[in-house]
Write a protein that binds this ligand. Structure first.
Ligand code: FE2
Length: 393
């Protein structure tokens, strides 16, 4: 699909849209997972999760609730960070062999994106790479319930899935109305088992979602309030969640992730994500860390194209901007981002992760073609994208 065809799919005649799944939020929300699967007509559930979730006990908890509703189930748990195409194929093989009729995803973005990939192939067939790009999924997917455990990706409320093409070592972005889950069960208690490192990385993913959605060329009055409120919540709760994992801070981050997901599913993202996807595909580093490292370089270049909105983001982060010009307030955001990532102990540059300049031309080419680039506040030439990567080294 050409980039101009994708652009017309995303920005169809200047019409805007807003779509969210049913959301059940609160302490104990996970306990509704069996009832939800049953309510969607399920009799045999494919549960998609990962080994980390099994280790901390959330799979056992989920299965207990499925059994309570007399549901049959089968578990697919061979999921890793940056999920691969062959895992989607394994999962759909299991779904079809066991004659499942509903999918339940328990975990972070990786199990949820894998579940979306499985759902696509279960009803649309072929290879997952056939569905890369915008609105390539034609047939409705099976009913799907998500129980997010990371408060970061927002994948439980979005029409995005990102799957790595294992042969080409390239992330494929799938954006399609048809892959929105039916129900999201957001239970802050589930976040208590997250490690501080994961809280930091996924928290920065949330922040990047909210920021990019807020300045996106497709932002509008139904997405902006969620994006800006998410930024306020991140500023208030992320460092506390990282340091102390208090229930209040985890609950705040669960809403932040949810609202950022709602905002970016409908307003799409920007250059940070476009540049982060090739880094994740080639080097397999955590998506939130890739975003975090790229944020300062991209924001610095984007600022002049959306001064007022970046100034509003600075204010949402708790800075008194009343005596600043909009430009001063917007540029102050760079300092705030730097302070936030330092407080979270995240790496500031790719070189500290062993990433050098060799793949920059390849990554820049991929980033320029990424769907997320279409809604960035400005367009970048290839050389400018290469320069952004160099600044993040
Ligand atoms: Fe993201």
């Amino acid at each position: 699909m050409t980039q101009s065809a994708q652009q017309s799919e995303i920005c169809d005649d200047s019409l805007l849209k807003f779509e969210v799944p049913e959301i059940i939020h609160g302490h104990g929300a996970l306990s509704k997972i069996g009832q939800c699967a049953k309510r969607l007509g399920g009799e045999c559930v494919l549960v998609v999760t990962d080994p980390g979730i099994i280790e901390v006990g959330w799979l056992d908890e989920t299965l207990k609730y499925l059994e309570k509703e007399d549901l049959k189930y089968v578990v697919y748990d061979n999921v890793v960070t940056n999920p691969r195409d062959f895992q989607v194929e394994e999962g759909v093989g299991l779904y079809l062999a066991k004659k499942c009729d509903v999918i339940v995803a328990v975990g972070g973005g990786s199990p949820i994106d894998t579940a979306k990939g499985i759902a696509i192939l279960a009803s649309n067939h072929g290879c997952i790479s056939d569905y890369e790009g915008c609105n390539q999924v034609v047939h409705p997917i099976p009913p799907m319930v998500c129980a997010p455990t990371t408060a970061g990706t927002g994948a439980d409320v979005t029409q995005f899935a990102v799957i790595t093409n294992s042969q080409r070592k390239m992330k494929m972005t799938i954006l399609s109305r048809a892959i929105m889950p039916d129900i999201s069960l957001v239970d802050p208690l589930v976040l208590q088992t997250k490690s501080p490192e994961l809280i930091a990385a996924t928290g920065m993913d949330t922040f990047t979602h909210a920021l990019e959605a807020y300045v996106s060329s497709l932002s509008w009055p139904l997405t902006d309030p969620h994006a800006i409120h998410s930024i306020e919540l991140v500023a208030k709760h992320l460092v506390n969640a990282f340091r102390y994992r208090t229930i209040e801070s985890l609950e705040g981050m669960s809403i932040a992730s949810l609202e950022a997901g709602i905002a970016f599913s409908n307003a799409i993202l920007g250059a940070v994500h476009a540049l982060a996807h090739p880094v994740g595909g080639l080097y397999d580093i955590h998506h939130g860390i890739a975003n975090s490292i790229l944020l300062p370089a991209v924001v610095r270049e984007n600022l002049e194209h959306s001064i007022e909105k970046y100034a509003q983001v600075t204010a949402a982060m708790g800075v008194d901007t009343s005596k600043m010009t909009s430009r001063q307030a917007a540029y102050r955001l760079l300092e705030e981002i730097e302070n936030l990532t330092a407080d979270l102990g995240l790496p500031a540059k790719f070189s500290s992760l062993g990433i050098g300049p060799d793949d920059i031309p390849l990554m820049a080419g991929l980033a320029q073609q990424d769907i997320c680039m279409l809604t960035n506040p400005c367009r970048y030439e290839l050389e400018e994208i290469e320069q952004l990567y160099r600044e993040a080294l």
